[in-house]
Design a protein around this ligand. Structure first.
Ligand SMILES: Cc1ncc(COP(=O)(O)O)c(C=O)c1O
Length: 230
């Protein structure tokens, strides 16, 4: 982020942080969404902070932009009948907002639990799969716990047969999505990305998951690779 901010400052640009998967995460002790001018958060049901439905929010410490964003959200309206500019209908449902306020009180606890699960996975999966690296300046909130592994599809099937649901985030990289390829005259070659999408596997993790459940996942992975785990 220091490099992003420096580049933005040099070219007189604003930075908008995509914090969709990072509610509560920190960079050098500062919470994301507050590192730059804007932070965009998603409350999509799988996210660390959910509202029992879809939603999201933007954070900013720029009062003028905050006012403009509030208006954009509501058809460019100020007051009841004055539309200053064209906007959108992206008003947030009040019931979901009320649920989000309650969920916010649990966010730190849920994130702490995600970190506990990640620590357990790190400890027990060492040498079996490639575990994620947390840099010293980072405080991750493990929206996902993604490992790199050999024979990924077989491992996923093996886990599924044992009722362990996993995910692949994502099987098709952005630069190969028709929504993107259609917009450019050529498709770039990103061999590392294309290799990674065949090896990644997202293991179960959530705010209320138990260490016992994590141990079961680790034992099943160890079994798949022919290793025994106490
Ligand atoms: C990194 C990232 N950015 C943006 C989004 C989009 O969020 P939403 O679906 O709430 O618009 C997501 C959601 O999956 C995401 O994971």
């Amino acid at each position: 982020m220091d490099r992003v901010k420096a580049t933005a400052a040099k070219h007189h640009l604003w930075v908008l942080e995509d914090c969709a998967q990072a509610q509560g995460a920190k960079y050098k002790d500062k919470t994301v969404g507050g590192l730059t001018e804007f932070g965009a958060f998603s409350f999509f049901p799988s996210k660390n902070l959910t509202v029992l439905g879809d939603g999201g929010c933007i954070t900013t410490n720029n009062a003028q932009m905050a006012e403009r964003l509030r208006m954009l959200r509501n058809h460019g309206r100020q007051g009841k009948y004055d539309h200053e500019f064209p906007g959108y209908n992206v008003r947030f449902n009040e019931i979901n907002a009320a649920i989000g306020r309650v969920m916010l009180q649990h966010l730190d606890g849920f994130n702490d639990n995600r970190r506990r699960i990640a620590d357990r996975y790190n400890e027990r999966l060492k040498g079996l799969v490639q575990t994620p690296l947390e840099r010293p300046w980072a405080h991750a909130v493990y929206h996902m716990y993604v490992v790199g592994c050999e024979r990924r599809d077989d491992l996923q099937k093996f886990l599924k047969e044992r009722n362990i649901e996993t995910g692949i985030h994502y099987p098709k990289p952005n630069h190969l999505q028709p929504a993107v390829t259609g917009r450019f005259p050529f498709v770039p070659k990103l061999p590392r990305t294309e290799k990674a999408v065949k090896e990644i596997l997202s293991l179960p993790i959530h705010g209320q998951m138990s260490l016992d459940a994590a141990d079961q996942v680790c034992a099943a992975i160890a079994e798949f690779y022919g290793r025994k785990q106490e």
